[in-house]
Design a protein around this ligand. Structure first.
Ligand SMILES: Nc1ncnc2c1ncn2[C@@H]1O[C@H](COP(=O)(O)OP(=O)(O)O)[C@@H](O)[C@H]1O
Ligand SMILES: [Mg+2]
Length: 335
């Protein structure tokens, strides 16, 4: 059941990578909420900072990266202040991440059943080996993997089955939040559809909150309640899914939607947005989208707009919708 209750509150998050070319700001003052029980889609072209943001929410950014500043409030807990041990526990229990290639998260020398029973017993140490095994069998059943695959090693499974195992681990943990980063990208279309159906069922049944990171707008249309659009490390737009598809405000979102096959079948040729996302070591001044924007105005080249709620529940980061004078003073006030 979807409510407006906030599970994860992210404020002014900045994530940097210290590279030889200089400081690369992959996530730049990003603020948004993840509501309890929702599927929030996170879209944007490759290199816009989606994976970095997902990892930052788990506090899993590694060298040469770091969270430079910002606030992470998960279920009322201040994660930026949480000691590493506590954070590890939280990662192993309440927040779980599924990656494109589950082989990187699964232990190649551990059988499927051991992955699941171990996860169950970390979460509930009092569970007997036998009870954990029974629960593992139930879980894989539920996910449509036959029980006799429990003794297989990860490499013996298909990509789709490995993703199901990853989901079963999240369920074994009874995670509140699952962050799925391009989790279906390596699957073929039919297996992908099955996996998405399964996610839909499970979110209801287990009351999961899902951050669905993907470059595939079709998947978001299918599964998400709300959609966040990221461009060059910043939030461009965030709205309820139908609102975003029917009334996209940000020129970047409009470009992304135009480039999706099947949405506009009357287009003879598929639109391709000109240009590509900028180098985040030295992004363009002002609005980072301005060099590619069909609606660019003078101010866009000089000053960044603010990500703000333009209509109820609909946030946009674009000068087309902002009072300039008002915003100049806002910027001054916050600098
Ligand atoms: N480990 C890293 N070291 C240096 N730069 C990185 C690292 N990981 C990601 N980046 C850079 O951060 C930016 C955002 O990357 P990423 O978060 O992977 O975007 P997305 O998931 O949207 O494709 C890119 O410019 C990428 O090159
Ligand atoms: Mg990515």
């Amino acid at each position: 059941m979807m409510t407006n209750d906030v599970l994860y509150r992210i404020r002014d998050l900045v994530v940097e990578y210290h590279t030889r070319a200089g400081i690369l700001t992959a996530v730049d003052h990003v603020s948004f909420d993840i509501r309890r029980g929702e599927v929030l889609g996170l879209v944007g072209e490759s290199g816009c900072g989606k994976s970095t943001l997902g990892k930052a929410l788990m506090r899993m950014i590694q060298e040469p990266g770091r969270i430079a500043s910002g606030e992470l409030w998960f279920d009322g807990m201040n994660l930026m202040q949480l000691p590493p041990g506590e954070m590890r526990k939280l990662r192993g229990s309440r927040i779980s991440m599924i990656f494109q290639d589950p082989m990187t998260s699964l232990n190649p020398v551990q059988r499927v059943v051991d992955h699941i029973t171990e996860t169950i017993r970390v979460h509930q140490p009092q569970t007997s080996e036998k009870a954990a095994r029974a629960r593992a069998a139930e879980l894989v059943d539920r996910l449509g993997i036959s029980r006799n695959r429990l003794d297989d090693y990860p490499h013996q499974l298909s990509g789709g089955m490995r993703q199901r195992v990853m989901i079963s681990l999240a369920l074994a943990l009874r995670a509140d939040l699952v962050i799925a980063d391009e989790a279906t990208t390596s699957l073929d279309v039919i297996v992908e559809a099955q996996f998405l159906d399964l996610l839909k069922e499970l979110r209801e049944e287990f009351n999961l909150t899902i951050l669905l990171i993907t470059h595939n707008i079709g998947i978001v249309a299918e599964l998400a309640d709300r959609v966040a659009v990221m461009y060059a490390g910043r939030m461009a737009e965030l709205a309820e899914v139908h609102e975003l598809f029917e009334r996209p405000d940000h020129p970047y979102t409009r470009g992304l939607l135009r480039a999706v096959p099947n949405i506009r079948l009357d287009d003879a040729e598929l639109y391709k947005m000109p240009g590509s996302p900028p180098d985040l070591v030295s992004p363009p001044p002002g609005c980072r989208f301005h060099p590619r924007c069909p609606d660019v105005m003078d101010i866009c080249t000089r000053q960044a707009p603010t990500f703000y709620e333009n209509k109820p529940g609909h946030f946009v980061n674009c000068w087309l919708y902002q009072e300039r004078e008002e915003n100049v003073s806002l910027e001054e006030a916050s600098s």
